[in-house]
Ligand binder design. Sequence first.
Ligand SMILES: NC(=O)c1ccc[n+]([C@@H]2O[C@H](COP(=O)([O-])OP(=O)(O)OC[C@H]3O[C@@H](n4cnc5c(N)ncnc54)[C@H](OP(=O)(O)O)[C@@H]3O)[C@@H](O)[C@H]2O)c1
Length: 241
Amino acid sequence: MNKKNILITGSSQGIGLEIAKHFANNHNVYITGRYEEKLKNLCEKYFFKGYKAIDLTKDNAPKMLFDNLNIDVDILINNAGVYFYSPIREMNKEDIINSIRLNSLAPYELIKYYIPYMKQQKWGRIINIGSISGVMGEANASIYSMTKASLVGLTKSLALEVAQDNITVNIINPGWVDTELINNESLEQDFTKDEIIETIPQRRFVTPSEIASTCEFLISDNAKTITGQSINICAGLSLGY
Ligand SMILES: NC(=O)c1ccc[n+]([C@@H]2O[C@H](COP(=O)([O-])OP(=O)(O)OC[C@H]3O[C@@H](n4cnc5c(N)ncnc54)[C@H](OP(=O)(O)O)[C@@H]3O)[C@@H](O)[C@H]2O)c1
């Protein structure tokens, strides 16, 4: 495959950073997050092509990211996300709105801005990072589950819309991955990491590099007929007990 421009949102740490590192040798990788200095250092360390610091919960942020980066994106990986573990009655309006903006609206809008180029060149790959919580229920994570489920619908409908343009759209739904996201105070009040592992059929976390490897497959020529698919990488979590 020739060098592609790959934009990965939420790539300052965790799963997104691992995906970025995975592609850095062979492609032009662009990373995002909220903190300028952190992104600048990562770019220097891993030879990423560029970065943009932006808070994707802010109004108009997807358009600003598109305008400021000013690149033709061949592969868009919508990875930035926020997790709340909280009973519905305790969720405040601001966190509800920000969850929707970051987890659902930003991916939708970024696709809207980046897809015309993909259509024009008749090649593109879009990968949304959902969650197993968007496919199954998760008690006390209703806003997260709701926003991640929305990405499944987006993925399927958009895949149909661009099916004849040589653009594939898929969603990866990770189970528990040991990143900052699960170092969450309210989650930790209810479960230790060992207790989480006890709920996973394979009794292990998924690793960020396992998500990155699936991304690599999905952008490859071998996966060109795989589109609109919702792929659970969850160590068996979606199967029940
Ligand atoms: N870890 C898991 O168990 C798990 C399971 C299923 C799905 N996922 C999904 O996988 C994706 C990556 O998660 P992760 O575990 O790698 O989480 P993480 O370590 O918390 O990383 C989240 C990334 O999103 C960025 N981000 C957060 N808020 C943002 C905002 N308002 N505007 C722009 N960027 C923002 C963060 O950048 P800065 O903080 O530097 O701004 C960071 O790069 C998420 O969509 C998550 O829902 C994770």
